[in-house]
Design a protein around this ligand. Structure first.
Ligand SMILES: [Ca+2]
Length: 397
């Protein structure tokens, strides 16, 4: 009898122990789920884009550039502008001068001369950075490359190739690309999936569908997330992207943010974090352009969710965060160019949620790039025009 009671008690306590373990596990899973909601929330549907209360006006500061792809400002306030067809212009007080020494480009489909960025310490070293579609290396076609060169007196000299994505392909899609610097002497740049979504974006041993991080001399930072992983492209910082063509350093958080072309109804803004997977093409809010399904999955535990997605797609290009006091109604918000709808989109984003969207300069043309200049004016690269300056509202009453 005594023995039986003892055994009974033992079974009871054992099963209680089992329940405890189970409860702990459930609690842990719940906690992880909640944490995930906090750090990686599923995006809410965007508000509709509306016309602003007052109409903005602009003036053209660099004329006659068919496809101005990227631009940046030198310390003296003058501007370097890339054109997709391979030309580079130095724009000084509205006067446009051709720059010599541009790289040979693969001008095919969406490829050509792409972004340009002036080194943060240009005053000391004259370095500028350029991304472009390059035919270098084995195989037909091209892929995205990053180079730096010194700029002085209308010339690029001391050219150094810092990165060339492989393999070359004759596909004309998704070269990326934007360049930004962080405040710790790194450079980030993006390459799209090169029209090979099934092989490139999810594979860290392959280029394409990635955001990359390098030191300013092109070497790989030792703390890059995939350093030491077998066969990994160690310059990769994040993966699972489709075609990022807008990138900024968010001054408020120190994070790199990208906007990227998704499939139909699936353009995204993402916060770039080391080693994270942004899901393409395993999860997406969009579908194929012919209306067929890519996947029913929108999100999953292995993937970073976007801050927001555009439905319909606007075909985003260029990205800026407004810090200027010249446009108090825009300050703190984000600007994104729309190639498809030919306006400049303003987004108010609070706690990583989009709370307002406006269509600035409707009918402007295909917007490629947007930057706030050192003079605190907003500049916009527009296909068929060149570069324009957005005039503050108080100046065009
Ligand atoms: Ca995604």
């Amino acid at each position: 009898m005594k023995k039986q009671l003892l055994l009974f008690g033992l079974i009871l306590s054992l099963s209680a122990c089992g329940d405890n373990e189970k409860n702990k596990e459930t609690a842990k899973a719940e906690e992880e789920k909640e944490n995930n909601q906090e750090t990686n929330p599923v995006p809410k549907k965007q508000p509709e884009a509306v016309s602003p209360e007052k109409t903005y006006e602009y003036e053209v500061v660099a004329e006659n550039i068919t496809i101005p792809w990227g631009f940046d400002f030198l310390p003296d306030g003058s501007m370097l502008v890339t054109a997709k067809n391979g030309e580079i212009f130095h724009v000084v007080d509205g006067e446009k001068k051709a720059v010599s020494g541009a790289p040979d480009i693969y001008n095919q489909g969406q490829g050509g001369l792409l972004d340009i960025a002036i080194a943060p310490d240009f005053d000391k070293n004259s370095w500028i950075y350029i991304t472009y579609a390059s035919q270098e290396g084995d195989g037909e076609g091209g892929n995205t490359a990053l180079m730096r060169a010194k700029f002085a007196n209308g010339k690029l000299t001391n050219r150094e190739d810092l990165y060339k994505a492989k393999p070359n392909t004759t596909k004309g899609q998704h070269f990326g690309s934007r360049i930004v610097f962080d405040q710790e002497e790194h450079l980030f740049f993006s390459i799209g999936d090169r029209g090979n979504r099934d092989e490139n974006p999810q594979d860290i041993t392959r280029d394409g569908g990635k955001v990359y991080r390098l030191n300013l001399d092109g070497s790989i930072p030792e703390d890059n997330p995939f350093v030491g992983e077998e066969n990994a492209k160690e310059a990769i910082y994040s993966y699972g992207h489709r075609n990022p063509q807008g990138m900024i350093l968010n001054d408020a958080t120190g994070e790199v943010w990208v906007n990227e072309h998704g499939p139909k109804g699936g353009d995204e803004i993402n916060i770039v974090k080391p080693g994270k997977n942004y899901g393409w093409p395993l999860v997406t809010y969009g579908e194929n352009y012919d209306g067929t399904t890519i996947t029913e999955e929108r999100t999953g535990p292995k993937f970073q969710n976007p801050v927001t997605y555009w439905r319909p797609s606007i075909a985003p290009s260029g990205f800026e965060k407004v810090t200027s006091n010249k446009y108090p109604e825009l300050k703190g918000g984000f600007l994104v160019g729309s190639l498809k709808f030919q306006y400049l989109e303003y987004l108010k984003i609070e706690d990583n949620k989009v709370t307002k969207r406006e269509k600035l300069l409707e009918g402007l043309g295909r917007v490629r790039d947007v930057q706030q200049g050192p003079d605190d004016f907003i500049y916009v690269a527009v296909e068929g025009t060149g570069v324009i300056k957005l005039l503050p509202l108080q100046e065009n009453k």
